[in-house]
Design a protein around this ligand. Sequence first.
Ligand code: DGL
Length: 278
Amino acid sequence: MIARPSSPARIAVFDSGVGGLTVVGAVHAALPWLDIRFLGDTARLPYGTKSASTVVRYAMQASAALVQSEGEEPVSALVVACNTASACALPALRETYPFPVLGVIEPGAQAAVAATRSGHIGVIGTERTVASGAYTEAIADLDPSARVHSLATPLLVSLAEEGWFDHPATEAAVRAYLQPWLAIPAVRDIDTLVLGCTHYPVFKAILHRVIAEITGHDVVLVDSAQAVTRRLRELLPAPAEPRTGRVELLATDAVDRFARVGGLFFPIGDASVQLIDL
Ligand code: DGL
């Protein structure tokens, strides 16, 4: 029998910006009873072009602000809804907190290994995520025979933050990144592409279209939001009584912009976005 928690579980989720709302959206849709507090560190976005030590410092500060609230039940889990922070800061965060800290890289790697048939897996992400080799390592741990081909596509973060999900400028940027990469013979064999940045799931339609146009075949796009949601479902059993959890949104700068663009990622409605300083 599954032990039911006495009070509804609350999780903390953070990203550098609105991209992490792709994870909030997937978690809220699958586990609607869960209370979620999300922080977008918009004052310091992007993380993906920063050094690893800076990303660790930012991730530690963002997490501390999210999980410490006087008089509240402790969070049940912390979700690092940012590939860059997952690539750099998971060991430090896991050493700091007694509750589970979930990153997006391990679940994404598992989903990619399960999906590939050709054994060639592509990964697109920020410069820091790609330079860290975190996906290559995580995939090799699961399947040493898999070949991982990674490409940094940092401009896509700004295009997502602009809300240009299906826009000619985004399509041009995707083509400019992918055309020369997919011309490399081994890379052309990828049948699975990991969206190694939580800002990228909003580009699924463009990615399918451009990749099919360049290679003549489609690929499976791995969205780690789905994979991390499955992990949370295993970790946090549903309460006995059905309920709708609260979603609280916090940002470190430009809350009006966060609400406007964030609303394209996740239905924010008229919920306010709280400004916090780290
Ligand atoms: N959402 C972040 C990630 O998944 C990238 C954005 C950034 O560069 O800050 O890596």
